[in-house]
Design a protein around this ligand. Structure first.
Ligand SMILES: Cc1cc2nc3c(=O)[nH]c(=O)nc-3n(C[C@H](O)[C@H](O)[C@H](O)COP(=O)(O)O)c2cc1C
Length: 403
């Protein structure tokens, strides 16, 4: 099944069921795309995945999650974007740009006062992230148009589609959450209001792109937070977005406060396929193309998940940073299960505090190697990565985690 093609209703076809999920590459220079990104996607496209999703590309200057994010607000980098799109769509690959705004999950060196639906501070981020201020309604309208502008530039550059990032605690996910969104106007309160920001972004994008341009979504199954966005809310968002005609929905979970998407718990890791139960429920309510991401490592788990009929694509992130040609390897039967190591310094206090941050920085370092035309390095020292991150962020004043 993994190598069966998948026809989207808008006419585009994925050649197989491997969906390389978004991983923030941190390979921009002055927030513009670089040749390292071109090289990285050239390698991935040659590696055989049906769909490649880029790391999050930010739609506004005040929406950065990290220092070296790509920010796409105008066409100044069109030639590099076109090279990026050409590299990532070779070999019949669909290349999707993930578009995002970090909202309050923006470190304080980048956003001294980050924006959010409401003035609710993140827990446990003191020193890294400042409390946010609430967006005005005029600013909300501007942001919706900024998502559409970025999508239009992606289309013009030759990308196959965009994925709206509504997961992992970023701005759209903040709007969806009753914990983070305490607004009393039409953007807060009942789910219909909390969803309005996402729905309006979707309509604004559709209004400016061609019908065969894919528009997908990444959504949390839940935030795993008391009083937050839960599974009941999430399934209703799936249903609504499916009714509106979204081309695909990728399911993940968690945010900076609860990084479930990386599943730091060993028990969850062992089970593979973190969000399979949710997919079964989503499939029961609507036929939208579904992807679940998180934990897939063995070929048998990927096959079993597809055979369950609850999903259409296998979302995979970290293994692609270690084995960029994972689909080709499975095809020619040379794949050994990709064991993604727990990244630890060995200093308990540091590992507890940095957890997901260190893990992500280590995988970013692997992508940087591929972007230089080198092989990933499983022996790469977490300490080396940590020092590099601290050095680079130190110039700007801090280090932070993101996903
Ligand atoms: C280095 C790194 C960067 C990530 N950046 C993003 C991102 O930009 N957008 C996103 O939706 N998820 C991001 N994620 C989360 C992954 O897409 C995925 O949900 C998560 O890693 C679980 O999948 P896996 O077990 O296959 O790695 C990132 C993960 C890692 C390790």
């Amino acid at each position: 099944m993994l190598f069966q093609s998948f026809p989207f209703s808008n006419g585009k076809t994925a050649k197989n069921r491997f969906f390389k999920s978004a991983m923030e590459e941190q390979l921009a220079h002055q927030n513009q795309p670089t040749m390292s990104l071109v090289q990285l996607y050239d390698t991935w496209a040659k590696g055989g995945a049906g769909i490649l999703v880029t790391g999050n590309v930010m739609v506004a200057e005040n929406g950065k999650g990290s220092i070296n994010d790509v920010v796409l607000t105008d066409e100044r980098s069109l030639p590099t974007l076109q090279q990026w799109a050409k590299a990532g769509t070779q070999n019949d690959t669909l290349l999707i740009m993930q578009i995002n705004h970090a909202g309050k999950q923006s470190p304080k060196v980048l956003s001294p006062t980050p924006v959010a639906p409401s003035e609710v501070a993140l827990q446990g981020m003191d020193g890294f992230i400042n409390p946010p201020r609430a967006l005005t309604e005029v600013e909300i309208d501007t942001l919706i148009q900024q998502f559409a502008t970025t999508a239009k530039i992606a289309e013009k550059s030759g990308f196959s589609g965009v994925q709206i990032h509504a997961a992992h605690g970023y701005l759209i996910s903040q709007f969806l959450s009753p914990h983070h969104n305490r607004r009393q106007d039409k953007w807060g309160g009942c789910l219909e209001n909390r969803m309005r920001f996402l729905v309006d972004i979707y309509h604004a994008i559709r209004a400016v792109v061609q019908p065969d341009f894919l528009v997908g979504l990444k959504l949390n199954s839940a935030d795993f937070q008391k009083g937050g966005f839960d599974e009941t809310d999430s399934l209703q968002v799936v249903q609504k977005m499916a009714e509106l005609g979204i081309d695909f929905i990728e399911i993940s979970g968690g945010n900076y406060e609860n990084p479930e998407m990386l599943s730091v718990k060993d028990s969850t890791r062992k089970r593979e396929a973190f969000f399979l139960d949710y997919a079964e429920k989503a499939r029961a309510i609507c036929p939208v193309p579904l992807i679940i991401t998180g934990g897939f490592r063995s070929e048998s788990a990927m096959n079993e998940a597809l055979q369950s009929g609850h999903l259409d694509f296998i979302g995979i992130a970290r293994p692609f940073a270690l084995q960029p040609d994972l689909p080709n390897k499975i095809k020619n039967q040379s794949y050994q299960t990709c064991l993604t190591p727990r990244i630890k310094t060995g200093v308990t206090m540091l590992d507890r505090k940095l957890g997901a941050v260190l893990e992500m920085d280590w995988y970013m370092a692997q992508m940087a190697l591929i972007g230089q035309g080198k092989q990933p390095n499983l022996k790469l020292s977490p300490w080396k990565v940590l020092f590099k991150t601290l050095w680079e962020n130190g110039k700007a004043g801090l280090s932070t985690g993101r996903a």
